[in-house]
Design a protein around this ligand. Sequence first.
Ligand code: HEC
Length: 190
Amino acid sequence: MRRPAKVLLMSASIAVAGLASACGTQRISIPKSDPNYTSNLLGAQLFAQRCSGCHTLSYAATHGSAANPRTAQFNNGPNFDVRCERPITRVLYAIQNGGFSGAIMPQNVVVGPDAIAVARFVATYAGRQAKSAPGVTQCVDLPIGTIPATTPTATTAAGATSTTAAATPATTTATTATHAKPGTTAKKKK
Ligand code: HEC
């Protein structure tokens, strides 16, 4: 095929692809009024890059959760438009552990400050389309909670001069999560 024709064809198909994806396409949408705008925008972008294949969350424009249980695949994760994920430590735990079961979702898809940004974004924006039920507190009314402080005091208390060892939040929270992991010992004993 001669070059001009090829180029024409290529640009035509790009235009078609653009049109096709424009139907029903969402964009990352973090309201400017969000007090954590910068962090949550980063969290949404990371979520769209790393978590989109398995989880739905419209604020990050992702659709990875199964829309229909009959065609669901085993690795489709929960839909965060309807599933509340508060407090933030719950999301951090899932990121480090690979979901709650640790069996399907990969561990540590994001780490360190990135993991914190993603966790804050998910905790803030998940559950907004959950149906209200009598006696159930709406997700937005539940506390988001805080990231456990990684204070130098804690490091010193843990002993030694290892300020560097606990310098990254990821290392420190990972340790906390391991300790907090429910049922670990019980599982191993079986
Ligand atoms: C390969 C698919 C896959 C990827 C990629 C993935 N997840 Fe998951 N995720 C799952 C599955 C499946 C579950 C449910 C099973 C489980 O908890 O073991 C889950 C569970 C979770 C949970 C617990 C939800 C609940 O309430 O039960 C959170 C939070 C979560 N994922 C967040 C994330 C974040 C954030 C990312 C990106 C950094 C991510 N996931 C990437 C598949 C995935």
